[in-house]
Ligand binder design. Structure first.
Ligand SMILES: C[S@@+](CC[C@H](N)C(=O)[O-])C[C@H]1O[C@@H](n2cnc3c(N)ncnc32)[C@H](O)[C@@H]1O
Length: 215
């Protein structure tokens, strides 16, 4: 299946414009969100969306087939699901979001796609056993992450792939646990224009790790 070519924006302004244009093309609404979370007491982090050019890089490490089911853990308004349908990946994708206002925005546009769905609630309260891929972009505090990883280990009976973006510090929660293998890792701070010159997107490097979990 042909995938869209990687983006080559040449400034942060162009990154944001690229995000906005793709959001509107795929979903009909902007999926960017700049406000602070209303759920900090539950360990939630702010609902910042992943840039498409970052998703293009991270998802180049993943394989999906007809039986794949991706869960975006803390989906916000659904940027990751928009990337999933734009790239015509096989299988299904679900987003779960703690904030009902964000989940409602996501559910509205996701309803146009048969292979996408949204759950409003906490990832700590749902059955994780049906999913084959998990995406996390800095969703919550270390305490919630620890509980999430323990739930995954308790529920999964098949191998799964976990992408944790912006795991600065959080990456240590996975290290040394039985069944976990690191497939890839890296760091994203800059974009690169068509000539390869860098420009700053994030104030500090955003480390990511891609894991395989074999129960
Ligand atoms: C940084 S945003 C990531 C948005 C989206 N995944 C993306 O990459 O574009 C993290 C989101 O996780 C949500 N979240 C935090 N704790 C959660 C939980 N326990 N269950 C579900 N969602 C949660 C937050 O409300 C926030 O919208």
């Amino acid at each position: 299946m042909a995938r869209h070519k990687p983006a080559t924006p040449s400034s942060l302004t162009e990154v944001l414009a690229y995000d906005e244009a793709l959001d509107r093309r795929v979903c009909g609404v902007s999926l960017s969100e700049e406000r602070e979370t209303r759920f900090a007491e539950e360990g939630a982090h702010d609902p910042t969306a992943t840039h498409y050019y970052v998703l293009e890089e991270l998802f180049s490490h993943l394989d999906f087939d007809g039986s794949s089911h991706l869960l975006d853990v803390g989906c916000g308004k659904g940027r990751v699901l928009a990337h999933f349908v734009r790239q015509n990946y096989p299988g299904k994708a679900t987003g779960i979001e703690l904030d009902p206002e964000l989940a409602e925005v996501a559910a509205r546009w996701v309803g146009h796609y048969d292979n996408l769905s949204i759950i409003c609630g906490s990832v700590l309260d749902i059955d994780l056993s049906r999913y084959t891929h998990f995406y996390l972009f800095n969703p919550f505090s270390p305490g919630v992450l620890q509980t999430f990883i323990e739930s995954l280990e308790a529920q999964l009976t098949h191998p799964a792939t976990i992408v944790h973006m912006s795991d600065n510090g959080d990456t240590w929660h996975y290290v040394g646990r039985s069944g976990w293998t690191e497939l890839a890792s890296g760091s994203i701070q800059y974009g690169h224009n068509a000539r390869g010159y860098p420009f700053t997107v994030y104030d500090c490097p955003q480390h990511y790790t891609i894991w395989r979990y074999e129960p």
